[in-house]
Design a protein. Structure first.
Length: 368
């Protein structure tokens, strides 16, 4: 790493945390938004490793405070798979400094976490988990929702992004702007060719809002994909990246998980792997049956799952397009993989609604 950033990290750690001297630091690659570092601090002739996050320059303080408050609530309720936030010597979980040399803006937000052990086996696009890993991942999501129950956000903690059914109608104006920006890259051509179909899918998705009224709402992870878990012996042993978390329908979080975990990426034809879909959904419901705080999916949620799958995929497609068109030096080939996948999945869900509805209705006898 650059010597200047090493010195910045040393000062940050030694001035703000009573954890000894910095002995080593290493950037952890792979994150798409924030910068992450492993840092080793010397204590009593030994060294302990921590996870240090430098939030992206567009991070909002109240959103970071929401994330930290939720992680603290989850751990207090027994969800120990989330890395604990380590407070600084003044008791704050957020440290604000002048920005490092390569960090735009007037200030930088940092936070320190326990280091999660385990293996980084998968990613957003690498989803070939074993059946045992699928079972573990679905159970972890149910456990997260169970422990999130009862969360009360403290003053000054808020997720700026609206809930999904308030956020969804904003996509069309965003996409109209991108259509005017589009030139002749592969992603531009793909987007323009599918623009009408995307708008039609958005219009259809917004009609389901009335059918969602009264469904369970609680804090959700909102970015639950295989790359945000650590694994050991075919089990998930840690979960991270709560910085997109917010309060919303738990069905939206489950639908996002199904879209992320069961999508087909290693084939030219987009779709969901129905065998893995069944494992994930069955396990989630079974885990909820063992909870005293949340129940399995209700009949209403069961009926709303297919529309919510379409909405979850549109949510991810929106992220693809926003990131592509707002990145000055976007890698056309890399983003093409993401955008084409979610457009393909949009078409696949549209063609297979009846099949998905039959499959879901046959899985369980769900409570009213």
């Amino acid at each position: 790493m650059d010597g200047l950033i090493v010195e910045n990290i040393r000062r940050l750690m030694e001035d703000n945390y009573g954890l000894g001297k910095l002995t080593r630091s290493k950037e952890i690659m792979g994150g798409c938004c924030n910068k992450s570092y492993a840092v080793w601090m010397s204590v009593d002739h030994g060294a302990r490793r921590y996870f240090l996050r430098l939030y992206n320059p567009n991070a909002i303080e109240k959103e970071i405070r929401f994330e930290h408050a939720l992680v603290n609530h989850l751990r207090a309720n027994g969800f120990t798979l989330a890395a604990a936030v380590i407070p600084s010597i003044n008791g704050e979980t957020l440290v604000v400094t002048p920005p490092p040399a390569d960090h735009p803006g007037t200030q930088a937000f940092w936070a320190l976490f326990e280091f999660l052990e385990g293996e980084n086996k998968y990613s957003w696009t690498e989803t070939n988990l074993t059946d045992n890993e699928f079972i573990s991942a679905a159970g972890i999501l149910a456990h997260l929702h169970d422990c999130a129950h009862g969360f009360r956000k403290p003053p000054g903690a808020e997720r700026a992004q609206p809930r999904i059914m308030a956020y969804l109608p904003t996509f069309k104006n965003t996409f109209m702007t991108f259509l005017r920006q589009a030139v002749d890259r592969r992603c531009d051509r793909l987007f323009k060719d599918n623009y009408t179909a995307i708008c039609k899918a958005l219009d259809e998705a917004t009609t389901f809002e009335a059918g969602f009224q009264g469904m369970m709402e609680l804090p959700i992870h909102c970015d639950y994909h295989p790359g945000n878990l650590k694994y050991r012996n075919e089990k998930g042993v840690g979960i991270f990246d709560f910085d997109w978390s917010k309060i919303d329908f738990r069905l939206f979080d489950l639908a996002l998980g199904l879209v992320y975990f069961t999508s087909i990426w290693d084939d030219s034809a987009a779709g969901l792997r129905t065998d893995k879909f069944t494992i994930f959904l069955n396990t989630y419901n079974d885990a909820c049956r063992q909870s005293e705080r949340i129940a399995p999916l209700t009949q209403q949620e069961q009926g709303a799952l297919v529309p919510m799958l379409a909405i979850a995929n549109l949510y991810v497609l929106n992220w693809d397009l926003v990131d592509f068109y707002n990145t000055a030096t976007a890698d056309d080939d890399a983003y093409y993989e993401f955008i084409s996948h979610n457009i393909g999945l949009m078409h696949w869900i549209g063609r297979h609604k009846a099949m998905l509805e039959r499959m879901i209705s046959q899985l369980y006898r769900l409570p009213e």
